[in-house]
Every structure is written in C-alpha cells, then in structure tokens.
Design a protein around this ligand. Structure first.
Ligand code: ATP
Ligand code: MG
Length: 252
C-alpha cells in the first residue's frame, strides 16, 4: 500500500505542514505522531470516526491545544507553541464543529465581529458583500438574531464570519454534522466554490461519501486512534475501499 507521505505530490507551495505532532490532554496521549500537508489552493479532507483526534488536530494547529512534540509549519514558519491570537493573525481561521455564533446578536453584527481587525468601513463593506455573494440566504436574514437561525444557516454564518477575516487557510470542522442532506449539499458546493476562488481549506469530515463529492483528485487523510493511517487522492482511496471501510467503521 502506498504510504501517505508518498502521496504528497512534489508540486505546489506548502501552506501547512504537520511533522510528527504529539498532543495530550493531561496524561492522555491523543495525537501520536501526526504528519500531514496542505498545499496552497488545495482542499484536504481529514477523515476518521468519532473520537480519533480530528478536532484535536484542528485545535493543535490553532494553538488551542499546543503539541508537546513535533512541528507545525504555516508558510514555512514553525507556529507550534504560539498563542491562538497570534496564529489567527497569521491568517488561519478555525470554523469549529460547535458553530460558535453569538445568539443574541444579529447576522450582520455577527459578521462584523469577524472583521474587527479591518478598521476601514469601505473594506468591511466589500467583505460583507463578498460574504453575501457566497451566502445569499444570510443576506435575507441580515437582521435576524443568530439564535433564531436554523442549524444550516448558523453553519453558513460561521463560515461567512471566518471569511470576513480574510484567512489564508480555513480549518472547517465537520460542517455537515447534524444537518439535512439538502443543506449539506449546499454547504459542500460553497466549500468547492471557495476553493475555485483560490482559498485553501483543511476540512474535517466523518463520512467518506460526503468527502467524495469533492473532485476525485482532492487529497484526503484517514485518521485512526490519533494516527494517520491512510492518505492519497480520493480516487486512490476509493481503490482501497476495504481498508477505508475498516478505518472508518462504516459501510460506504
Ligand atoms: N478537553 C478534553 N479533555 C480530555 N480528553 C479530550 C478532550 N477533548 C477530547 N478529548 C478526547 O480526545 C480524543 C479525541 O477527541 P477529538 O475531539 O479530537 O475527536 P474527533 O475525531 O474530533 O471526534 P468527533 O468525530 O466526535 O468530533 C477522544 O478520545 C476524546 O474523548
Ligand atoms: Mg470533532
């Protein structure tokens, strides 16, 4: 079987590279030597069943749960150990699985919070326009309170708010979780569009069939118990379905 490290093509500029990362919660050794790479302009999918360490990988990149050992390179700077606000300022944005929108602020106010660093009003207005171009549904709900939105709309708001900060790299943690198939489809289409527009994304997903909606040359890693077990293009992985099914513990 092809090793995941060999599946990284020599082409393209490295945006994010984890090298032998080890992360703990107290004495629990969760990430056990995770290495992965995301190149500029790619969507890379991180797949794995419940509790294998996908969110911990995101938190480690973001500095929320710093690694005890290993390196995290962002555009060739080792950012391991930096505090989250510094990592965020470098251009990484986390869209967490629990969709932390502010329920008693309106859609517009939530979005403006994402652009606090941009002091100029015209720049902020341009960012708002861009967010509404991706999510016309949010434009219709602009005065609604965040807490009154549906789950799908809240997910859209979390992604839109992250876009307001003009991130270079978006870490999107299980955007499909708990949403109806039609909304999952809409969100996956928007994620594909974000990539077409040049953005770089690390996407966590539990379901191979949702990942397969991306283009077949997109790369993915499969995690099992805090380690990367498999990696390659979605096409390559789909040729090893038995192993994928074993790792993900589901029928596809
Ligand atoms: N704050 C914490 N303290 C202690 N253990 C934790 C903490 N957060 C997560 N864990 C444990 O770390 C392991 C990995 O959790 P993580 O949330 O990274 O998994 P995941 O792959 O994102 O799972 P899911 O698909 O359920 O979101 C699990 O065993 C979990 O119980
Ligand atoms: Mg998770």
């Amino acid at each position: 079987m092809k090793r995941y490290s060999e599946s990284i093509s020599g082409k393209g500029v490295s945006m994010l590279r984890l090298e032998d990362v080890n992360t703990y919660y107290g004495y629990s050794h969760i990430l056990q030597g995770v290495s992965l790479e995301v190149k500029e302009g790619e969507i890379v999918v991180l797949l794995g069943r419940n509790g294998v360490g996908k969110t911990t990988t995101m938190k480690t990149i973001m500095g929320l749960q710093p690694p005890k050992a290993g390196r995290v390179f962002f555009m060739e700077d080792n950012i391991a150990g930096l505090p989250p606000h510094k990592i965020s300022r470098k251009g990484i944005s986390l869209i967490p699985e629990d969709r932390r929108i502010i329920p008693n602020l309106t859609v517009l106010e939530n979005l403006k919070l994402g652009s606090l660093v941009h002091s100029k009003a015209d720049e902020r207005d341009a960012l708002l326009k861009m967010a509404f171009d991706y999510f016309p549904r949010l434009k219709e709900r602009v005065k609604h309170l965040g807490g009154n939105l549906s789950g799908g709309e809240q997910q859209m708001l979390t992604i839109a708010r992250a876009l307001m900060g003009r991130p270079k790299l978006m870490l999107i943690d299980e955007p499909s979780e708990g949403l109806a198939p039609k909304i999952v489809h809409e969100i996956m289409e928007i994620i594909k569009q974000l990539q077409k527009d040049g953005r770089t994304i690390l996407l966590v997903e539990q379901h191979m069939e949702i990942a397969m909606r991306l283009s077949s040359n997109q790369r993915a890693y499969i995690m099992e118990k805090g380690r990367i077990r498999m990696g390659g293009s979605l096409d390559e992985l789909s040729c090893q379905m038995d192993e994928v099914v074993r790792c993900l513990g589901v029928k596809i």
